[in-house]
Design a protein around this ligand. Structure first.
Ligand code: ZN
Ligand code: ZN
Length: 443
């Protein structure tokens, strides 16, 4: 038999001296079918703790979810610590882990990923910030941290990109709008650093502080100076912008200041397709998740009416996922609304939205040749109103999985399943193995 290179599984011809195949392009043909496509459906924050309003059940236990239950019956279930037991995951670190990029190695802060998600092509070494528009009064004090929940801030961002000049700092920048009052700032230049403070006072009635260097390193001071210059120039442009004049005339708070936070240095991400042989797409209303997807080379797919809330276009997202799976090997579909209900502490709303999600998932059940994995990125218990470290339920359904006895998709039922308790970083290797795309470790 021909020698096998690392990462290369010989094709059928190799035993007879024929060409070897790269496993990435074509998995080893087998006598049984392996799914060729993978759908990773992340239901953001769906898992929970017992809720008094639901008679001590979790929203997943209380909701009628026949489609998720069918997946549980036909698949293998388990529970998962998306980072590690006792670690409260952020959505960003959890999604990195679930995609197979351990956050302890790849996570460099939220800013650069948020900037990616706002459509800025972040190169390794660029500094990214989360930003939002806010309102300050004549004395410079913040009166509204969301500028009256302004949206459609594209013209303001365009004016800032055109008008602000940071060349004296030898820095170039991008400033793009995000959802609602949000935006993202990215800086590019030699020797910049992400060790700088924020100018977001996090409350109203105070003047936003200057950006400060966090250490005595020269790069910190240079970055802080460029940021302060950016913020000063942006403020001048916003003050006189016609859109803000119209807002003042209409009695609305003007978006006359930019607040930035979450500085991070963009890292280097090996493309998902190089690692797995699967090119793919990301469908998410949350720019942070879209940014994680594009950072690893997934194509962002926009869906009309997707909001990241419980009023999102669920059917549209499911249709888009199915259309993508027709032409690509992998889709990451994130549905956010249940997380929001958890942050608001609304257990009944959360359960009701889970039922809506479940109904929308029906068309996915009959997808041929597809491995489907459904999980949460973390728990968002209504009692905590934030993420918790409680493990999340996970189900994998498709050709070749060892079907266990679990009949319901919820936190407790899945704990009795055949996957037992895994970590987020285990999920992608398990899925790739089921698709016959895993490397053999050893001989
Ligand atoms: Zn999340
Ligand atoms: Zn959350």
């Amino acid at each position: 038999m021909a020698a096998t290179l690392p990462g290369v599984i010989p094709g059928p011809g190799s035993q007879w001296g024929g060409p070897e195949r790269d496993y990435k392009e074509d998995p080893l043909p087998l006598l049984f079918m392996v799914p060729r496509r993978l759908l990773l459906l992340i239901l953001d924050g769906i898992s929970d703790r017992p809720c008094p309003e639901l008679s001590g059940r979790t929203p997943l236990q209380a909701a009628a979810t026949p489609n998720l239950d069918l997946l549980a019956r036909e698949g293998i279930c388990g529970i998962m610590d998306t980072i590690a037991p006792g670690i409260r995951p952020g959505s960003d670190t959890a999604h990195l882990a679930l995609l197979g990029y351990p956050p302890e190695r790849y996570y460099t802060g939220r800013g650069p990923l948020e900037a990616e998600g706002c459509g800025i092509r972040m190169e390794p070494g660029m500094i990214g910030f989360r930003a939002n528009f806010a309102t300050v009064d004549a004395g410079g004090r913040v009166t509204d941290r969301r500028a009256g929940r302004i949206h459609d801030t594209g013209p303001l961002c365009d004016a800032i990109e055109r008008g602000v000049d940071l060349s004296r700092h030898r820095v170039t920048f991008r400033f793009r709008p995000g959802a609602g009052h949000r935006a993202a700032l990215a800086l590019k230049g030699e020797g910049l650093s992400a060790s700088v403070s924020s100018n977001d006072p996090k409350r109203e009635g105070v003047v936003p502080p200057d950006i400060r260097a966090c250490t005595a390193e020269a790069g910190d001071a240079r970055t802080a100076a460029a940021c302060n210059d950016f913020l000063r120039q942006a403020r001048g442009i916003l003050d006189t912008h016609p859109l803000n004049r119209a807002r003042r005339d209409g009695g609305l708070p003007p978006a006359n200041v930019v607040l930035i936070r979450g500085a991070g240095t963009m890292g280097r991400f090996e493309p998902f397709s190089d690692r797995t042989g699967l090119s793919g797409a990301v469908i998410s209303a949350a720019s942070l998740i879209t940014g994680i997807g594009t950072a690893v080379g997934l194509r962002p797919v926009a869906v009309e009416g997707m909001t990241g809330s419980t009023d999102t276009n669920l059917d549209g997202k499911v249709r888009a996922a199915m259309a993508e799976l027709d032409r690509t090997g992998f889709v990451l579909l994130n549905i956010k609304g249940a997380d929001e209900a958890g942050h608001d502490g609304k257990a009944r709303e959360k359960a009701a939205f889970l039922e809506q999600i479940d109904r929308a998932l029906a068309p996915l059940l009959s997808l041929p040749d597809t491995l489907i994995a459904v999980c949460a990125d973390h728990s968002t218990p209504c009692a905590v109103k934030d993420h918790s470290a409680d493990p999340v339920p996970v189900v994998i359904r498709g050709e070749g999985v060892r079907v266990d006895a679990v009949e319901r998709f919820d936190e407790l039922s899945c704990a009795a399943g055949g996957l037992h308790r895994i970590r987020g970083a285990d999920l992608m290797p398990i899925l790739l193995d089921l698709m016959n795309r895993a490397h053999k470790y050893g001989a």
